[in-house]
Design a protein around this ligand. Structure first.
Ligand code: COA
Length: 168
């Protein structure tokens, strides 16, 4: 692992070939292999991030979020969490899941408990309030589906062309 400066990293499990940049705060989370965590990223306890992900600067990921493999999270994305509305008195979090190959545009906010399905693309500045289907392009506040893109290359698609590109 590349050396990181001015970071607080406690009880975190970090996979082979992952890069943790400076000024990050990682507590009790699990990060897969070959994943890049840029500066000023804050990740809370119990968060899981998969392999080959890119988490760009100033991203906040609280407890309750699971991010699968090959996911791109652009700068200034904020995930949020909340208690389950029916969990009277008991601490039970809504779980948020970002499936493989999804891409979340800069400055977006992800509400608690949503599922962003495989290869979905969230436009910059969106607020995601509901589940987003696979390969969908969703934008705005609240985020609405405006189209679909090709599946990822290993599933018969290509990432080129309008509506086929990622936010990376
Ligand atoms: C979502 C995105 C991929 C759509 O790109 P596109 O398919 O080329 O879409 P278009 O630019 O043709 O826009 C289609 C419509 O959606 C609207 N739109 C596009 N992006 C939007 C966004 N982020 N929020 C709200 N509306 C958006 C456009 O205004 C347009 O509306 P209209 O049909 O009423 O004119 C792109 O706009 C985007 O947000 N990319 C993310 C950039 C980013 O965060 N990169 C991270 C690296 S720093």
């Amino acid at each position: 692992m590349r050396s990181t400066k001015f970071s607080v990293i406690k009880k975190a499990v970090i996979g082979k070939d992952s890069q943790i940049h400076d000024q990050v705060n990682l507590y009790g989370c699990k990060i897969g292999k070959n994943t890049k965590i840029d500066s000023y990223v804050y990740i809370e306890e119990g968060v899981t991030i998969g392999d080959n992900c890119k988490i760009r600067p100033f991203v906040f990921i609280p407890t309750g979020v699971v991010i699968e493999n090959d996911v791109f999270i652009a700068p200034n994305v904020t995930f949020t969490n909340d208690k389950h509305p029916r969990a009277h008195g008991k601490w039970s979090l809504l779980n948020t899941r970002v499936k493989s190959f999804a891409s979340i545009g800069a400055g977006s906010t992800i509400n608690p408990g949503v599922k962003i399905a495989e290869n979905a693309l969230i436009g910059a500045g969106s607020v995601v309030t509901k589940d987003i289907p696979e390969n969908a392009i969703a934008v705005g506040i609240p985020a609405r589906v405006i189209g679909y893109r090709d599946p990822p290359p290993n599933q018969g698609g290509s990432r080129v062309g309008k509506r086929g590109r990622t936010a990376q």
